[in-house]
Design a binder for this molecule. Sequence first.
Ligand SMILES: *Cc1c(COP(=O)(O)O)cnc(C)c1O
Length: 403
Amino acid sequence: MPLQQEIIHKTDLHSAHNYHPLPLVLSRGKGIWVWDVDGNKYLDCLSAYSAVNQGHCHPKIISALTEQAGKLTLTSRAFHNDQMGDFLEKLCAMAEMEMALPMNTGAEAVETAIKAVRKWGYEVKGVPDNQAEIIFFEGNFHGRTVTTVSASSEEDYKHHFGPFTPGFRIVPYGDAAALEAAITDNTVAIIMEPIQGEAGINVPPEGYLAATRKICRDNDVLMVMDEIQTGLGRTGKLFCYQHEDHAKPDMLIVGKALSGGAYPVSAVISSREILRVFTPGIHGSTYGGNPLGAAVGLAALEVIEEEKLADRSRLLGDYLMRKLEAIPTNKVADIRGKGLFIGIELHKEVGLARPYCEALMDRGILCKETHDYVIRLAPPLVIEMEQIDWLAEQIAEVLQDEG
Ligand SMILES: *Cc1c(COP(=O)(O)O)cnc(C)c1O
């Protein structure tokens, strides 16, 4: 049996089948490129769902990782470590906020945000105990824990995983009036994505974020932005909400590219006023804020700044968008996105996006369909213009091909 098939067979035998990966086995990565075990090279247009914005195995991030790994990796928060302060100072400065709470995965950071806004609701806003409501949006994705899927509108994410966490309401995305109508005296927060990534790169109407900001302020409701996928340069700004004026949230949730793919690091970032609801002993994580993750996180943030990855994403994303829009094809229903975060939606009659992703794989490009009909393009932000030219050519040929 060929090597890749053998590895896939073994993996299928022993790993739960909760994913449907493209049929290839990767063993190496550098910048925008990954290689399979047979040495074939691919342009990575998924970037591990935007965790590797800085490119695979970025030398600065890897050297922070290996250097810190030889010194101290985990203390738990029972003691201070000499890395976490520098990391959170940098994170707060970049986010223009005061305080952060470090966790590991994105879903854990969302859970942390939910705990924070509920506690704020009871202790600051004065909502009666156990009555707090949080508003979420149709099509949202905030992770896979029981609580985060409780807030989901996606039947597949929820089926037979109940009973669910109460206290959540779901309103249509992109509709400010519907949001305002759903707010009650017990609403403590809204939690939203500034572009819905998993839902198919759903870009809300211009002005929606600022309108939402105003509704929250007028009603004493916290605005929480889940920028786990859209943040840290992906959409052409450091944070996606910055595409609009007057849209700064009260709380940001980040993860994924916070470590550039080298280690799980996430965080909730906010004001002292809000995060002071956490007092010793009421919330925590053994690995959260560990010195290895903190050293990696600091390096990952520095790379985003030093290499101006947000600006690159904006310029190259606009360039790629123009090339895609110029493709003569009638298979495409819509092309949308911001920066290097682009969704190509196929007409339903054309069929599923999956075979197009497979055709691109045969041409040396890895991307993943999202929501059946959308091809998501999100290469590492270190991509060069000539590589974008090549990528656009391949996509043009695949979309023009019959079949
Ligand atoms: C990926 C993602 C999460 C969950 O992050 P994990 O690290 O997979 O738990 C939450 N919210 C958004 C918007 C995401 O894209």
